[in-house]
Ligand binder design. Sequence first.
Ligand code: GUN
Length: 297
Amino acid sequence: MSEPIILKGKPVADAILDQVARDVNYLKEERGITPGLSVVLVGDDPASATYVGSKERKSRELGLNSVTYRMPENTSEEELLDLVERLNNDPTVHGILVQSPLPSHIDYNKITLAINPVKDVDGFHPVNVGKLVIGLPGPLPCTPAGVVEMLKYYKVATSGKRAVVVGRSNIVGKPLANLLAQKRDGGNAIVTIAHSAADDLGAITREADILLVAIGRPNFIGSDMVKEGAVVIDVGINRVDDPDAKRGYRVVGDVDYNQVAPKCSAITPVPGGVGLMTIAMLMQNTIASARGDFNQS
Ligand code: GUN
């Protein structure tokens, strides 16, 4: 088999961020609006702190009004709901994101339900999940939308192809499967949602023309689970201990890249693949919200 095409996230994310930068300038100069994004982090999960830091950096770089609320682990559900309500009522805030996971004493669904769907730049509110499923415009969840943008950018044919999504989370697996099944560009695929309870997961994943993995287990997909010539999209971001690494860990995907790459026609690296798309799509959702795109859809 020839070398696979490496589907890097950077050129795709850069193209989206260039457009976002132009849109921010237009909103500021022509309409006097500075897009505002408020991100809430509760507790001190190190991976979440890193993601939130990157979101803050990127939104500042783009000239957004970016505010990050870092709250202690023992924040009560009521306190968090109060903050969400304040942000809902603040006209300078166009996007609200509460970083998941939350401490176990807080019900993430309850928080998601409290966010005004118009400001829900994660696309997690049931109103927006419903819009996605029936094909109405609205904020799309960032990581799944980023995956579809990558497939379109690299001209990976999806129509009529067998797509297998491994993982059924509300953040990635379920919305990604829905997007791939939509009758539109970057969709129209024949979609299976597979997960860890499958009797024979390999038999399912080996049927995939496009295998998309978001199961949160390092190097979970080996070459025996992939069809020769498949396109493999690895959404996993896992920290594994590595005493030789500067930080004491290294980041690997859900796919065993070294084993799988020689077998496929194209593959996303980790890091440097899908991960870069999440922030780009978040910025895009935030300016869309500031522009009023989600107001009456
Ligand atoms: N945790 C991991 N990914 C995400 C995301 O896209 N949004 C939020 N809110 N939390 C996350």
